[in-house]
Write a protein that binds this ligand. Structure first.
Ligand SMILES: NC(=O)C1=CN([C@@H]2O[C@H](COP(=O)(O)OP(=O)(O)OC[C@H]3O[C@@H](n4cnc5c(N)ncnc54)[C@H](OP(=O)(O)O)[C@@H]3O)[C@@H](O)[C@H]2O)C=CC1
Ligand SMILES: O=C(CO)COP(=O)(O)O
Length: 326
């Protein structure tokens, strides 16, 4: 019987399925692309999203939600943020009544400004909710490299239990009861990583990159707190930790997208990162809250074509915006 069902057979879902199958759990991986799922079953690899990484033979990969969710008491939701409402609604007939849902996407709904927990609570009421977030590239986790993340649930005892359950030899989970802070950090760092990518792609040097990341952290804290997160959460793995990772590595799709913008590359065919969808709504949430978020605002204007990359860089780095600690 499946214990953990992973919904979404992209890079992160496949990595989490591999991690927990290696950790001894009975794991099902639910995808929607029959070809990819057949390839996983046949080759024990996900050729589309994690090529070259061997997956445990015990993972039950399927496109059938009934098969994947039967008996699962823990369901990891790993489809991108903007698709989560539809994906969650489609699961409703198949979920075990007592199943706990773990949000693994990092984003905010672009139309409504809702967090993933709000979207899933609406689509699938009455299930306990948690979020898993932190500095963790799918390929690192799938390869079994050491990783540490935060697992948050509104109820501290629930968070502790989940952190224990989801930790493995190579994957250390710290428990938190600040679900909103974890969600806010994960969503905002994507937008800030786009800005870091722009600065790197423009070739402005390591000093400018460090300035941008530091000021990005100030902004993440300020806005994250305004959205209801706790300072210590925003300073932890799911805030600062993930910001540092995604702002410093071309492995990050957000950073890579920003770098392509900064270089002036043709963006056609480049996969859209989560931050591309989150920037405008994050800027609006900041405005609504009366919070200054110049980096988020600038990224949002660049993506909307209202600001050139040169104007953005000028605004971000060339002159002081105001006296600001950090
Ligand atoms: N990649 C990473 O290192 C990490 C990613 N994350 C977060 O995890 C989330 C997913 O990212 P990732 O796995 O990398 O993304 P990918 O693009 O690699 O995969 C997304 C998967 O979701 C599926 N999907 C999309 N829409 C739907 C839908 N409506 N119903 C069902 N399935 C759907 C896609 O299916 P199809 O292939 O058919 O399009 C695909 O399998 C993002 O929010 C990301 O921020 C978090 C930590 C690490
Ligand atoms: O969230 C991530 C690592 O923690 C992955 O970042 P990207 O979505 O930018 O690749």
């Amino acid at each position: 019987m499946t214990r953990i069902a992973v919904v979404g057979a992209g890079a992160w879902g496949t990595a989490l399925a591999a991690l927990h199958a290696r950790g001894g759990e009975t794991v099902a991986l639910l995808g929607r692309d029959a070809e990819t799922i057949a390839a996983i079953a046949k080759t024990r690899e996900n050729p589309r999203y994690l090529a070259g990484i061997a997956l445990p033979a015990s993972i039950r990969a399927t496109i059938d939600p009934a098969e994947a969710l039967a008996g699962a008491d823990l369901v990891l939701l790993v489809v991108p943020a903007q698709s989560l409402a539809d994906a969650a609604t489609a699961l409703r007939p198949y979920l075990a009544a007592e199943a706990t849902l773990v949000l693994c996407a990092k984003g905010i709904a672009r139309e409504t400004g809702r967090f993933m927990s709000e979207i899933v609570a609406k689509a699938l009421p009455d299930h306990p909710l948690a979020a898993l977030s932190g500095p963790s590239f799918a390929s690192d986790v799938a390869r079994g490299l050491p990783t540490a993340v935060t697992v948050a649930a509104g109820d501290a005892a629930e968070a502790d239990g989940l952190a224990r359950r989801l930790s493995t030899e190579t994957f250390r989970c710290y428990a938190s009861s600040d679900l909103r802070g974890v969600e806010a950090g994960g969503a905002l760092k994507n937008v800030l990583a786009l800005a870091a990518g722009i600065v790197a792609g423009r070739g402005l040097g390591a000093s400018a990159e460090a300035a941008l990341v530091t000021r990005g952290f100030v902004e993440l804290r300020r806005l994250g707190e305004a959205l209801g997160g706790r300072p210590e959460t925003l300073m932890g793995l799911s805030g600062l930790g993930d910001l540092v990772l995604t702002c410093s590595s071309p492995q990050s799709r957000n950073f890579a997208y920003g770098a392509a913008l900064g270089r002036g590359d043709d963006l056609k065919g480049l996969k859209l990162a989560e931050g591309v969808f989150t920037a405008a709504i994050a800027a609006r949430l900041a405005e609504d809250a009366g919070i200054e978020a110049p980096i988020v605002q600038t990224v949002s204007e660049v993506l909307a074509g209202e600001l050139s990359v040169d104007e953005a860089v000028q605004r971000l780095l060339a002159r002081p915006l105001k006296r600001e600690a950090g």
